[in-house]
Ligand binder design. Sequence first.
Ligand code: HMG
Ligand code: MG
Length: 297
Amino acid sequence: MSPLPAHVRIVEVGARDGLQNEKTIVPAAVKVELIDRLTDCGLQTIEATSFVSPKWVPQLADAADVFAAIRKKPGVRYPVLVPNLQGYDRAHAVGATEIAVFTAASEAFNRKNINASIDESIARFAPVMERARSDGVAVRGYVSTVLGCPYQGEVPLADVVRVAKRLHDLGCYEISLGDTIGIGTPARARMMLAAVAQDVPMSALAVHFHDTRGQALANILACLELGVGVVDSAVSGVGGCPYAHGATGNVASEDVVYMLHGMGISTGIDLPKLIETGRWLSARLARDNGSKVGKAA
Ligand code: HMG
Ligand code: MG
């Protein structure tokens, strides 16, 4: 075990991973207000939206409008999801300076999520990476289904390591390891991270847990003990994945920050403000679509 990090960077994914899964479409103005509030909470990285096909994810069809309207605080990163060159062009046109590409360790999940094999998805990223490099755009990479797949079941560790290493070799500065369906437990999460860290430096890894079975905080702690210093989470625990049925929300940012601060680990985040933002979002979503989301933080 490594000593726990003194500081953890939270990558707030609620506006993207959360809102992509809402039953009804959240108005662009609410998305913009959410991101601006998150900026005021002191977050350093806020995933803003997703330039995927609006036919596949209509919830985020307003990506360009939202990205253009958010207040961009100097020093804060606002990455956006991009699946292909078409997405890159849309993101670049509105001035995105950081993108995230995404694939999975499971062939079956990739087919459902992006209609491509792992190899095809990575082949699509190559020209995106090239353009990003020449435009000075930073690229983060996601590997989904690192602890199990809703279609394939077991995902061999070797596949997780291979895909993470390929994204890193391609030029992603950070690889986020996603337990998309929240199936992991601490010992397996630790084993998975340790295996990936043999081929990709720990300083270039992040963890991304969905909380389907209430394991996310325990999994995060297990990974912090191995030395990871970047954690993805979503305010109010919103989210899921439209192509991973049964996947509930991401671990709630409020819960992660509460745990970290309680352990003497800094995040730079104003927790009371974050809790207030989570309550505001839950109330807005309940009002807009009657959905039952969020946690009473
Ligand atoms: P496809 O249908 O195979 O693509 O979708 P295509 O190239 O044949 O294009 C079909 C149509 O989409 C065409 O339009 C394209 O122009 C359009 P048409 O000619 O029919 O009018 N199109 C686009 N439009 C706008 N922006 C684009 C774009 N690309 C094509 N970028 C594709 C392939 C990848 C596009 C599609 O499958 C897709 O968009 N998938 C996204 C699915 C998604 O967003 N899933 C959730 C995010 S991943 C996740 O949540 C997991 C994560 O959180 C980590 C974890 O938890 O594990 C990251
Ligand atoms: Mg996710």
